[in-house]
Unconditional design. Structure first.
Length: 239
């Protein structure tokens, strides 16, 4: 299975979860880790100036006590609510885990080698994820590849705060407009989410669906309608 992009691609925009690493890493590793260390972090860091900015980003009714913030955080995570103040707190909690060596991002085997190849060939590589930009940088800094830090390969980072919701075409227009040196038609967006792929195409980008092990079954009608790959090695940019 291969999918071709036109020869005028200059920027490659990547989703993270289900595209560069398994969905299970977020659901089964990152989320449980954050919940596990949350109580001790609240106890130890509640009045720490470095932590206060994360606490103060929560609505006032939830930052009155450690218990209130803990309960609200767990409720949001149980519902997988994608809201900026939760994402920022998660990033803070994960940073400690990455630094201690407790967390390491398990990239799919084709990812690191392809990122290096694209970078060497002059493509701009950028990330667009619902996770916060700081959390994105942590993930790519601590991977299972060798060397572990892939952040030098990434030109820019986008999340729902600086770009918008991933299922809206306007978000992809915003991303393209932030790099006027690359016309919107010269972007290639890779994601496991069909709605995101459709939104990118509606904005004028080229886009492909990435179907990885562990991803949900594709909705009916996707095969044949959208370009589909199972590995970055199947991306062919025509010369």
């Amino acid at each position: 299975m291969t999918a071709s992009a036109s020869s005028d691609v200059k920027a490659i925009l990547l989703d993270i979860e289900g595209t560069v690493c398994p969905i299970s890493f977020v659901k089964d590793v990152l989320f449980p880790y954050a919940l596990r260390v949350l109580p001790e972090t609240l106890e130890a860091q509640w009045d720490n100036p470095d932590f206060v900015k994360y606490k103060d980003a929560f609505p006032p009714e939830y930052r009155k006590s450690k218990d209130d913030l803990d309960v609200h955080t767990r409720d949001l995570m149980a519902k997988d609510v994608k809201i900026a103040y939760l994402k920022s707190l998660q990033g803070y909690l994960w940073e400690e885990g990455y630094a201690a060596g407790h967390l390491k991002a398990p990239l799919f085997p084709d990812v690191a080698v392809k990122l290096r190849t694209w970078h060497q060939n002059g493509f701009k590589i950028m990330i667009y994820s619902s996770g916060s930009v700081p959390a994105q940088k942590l993930l790519f800094k601590h991977t299972n590849s060798e060397p572990s830090d892939l952040t030098p390969l990434i030109s820019d980072w986008f999340d729902t705060v600086n770009a918008g919701l991933k299922t809206e075409a306007k978000s992809y227009q915003t991303i393209a407009e932030s790099h006027p040196e690359v016309p919107v038609g010269e972007w290639l967006f890779l994601s496991d989410n069909v709605k995101e792929v459709d939104a990118a195409i509606a904005a004028g980008m080229q886009s492909m669906v990435v179907q990885r092990p562990g991803n949900p079954e594709l909705p009916h009608g996707v095969i044949g309608r959208l370009p589909l790959i199972e590995s970055f090695g199947q991306v062919q940019i025509r010369q």
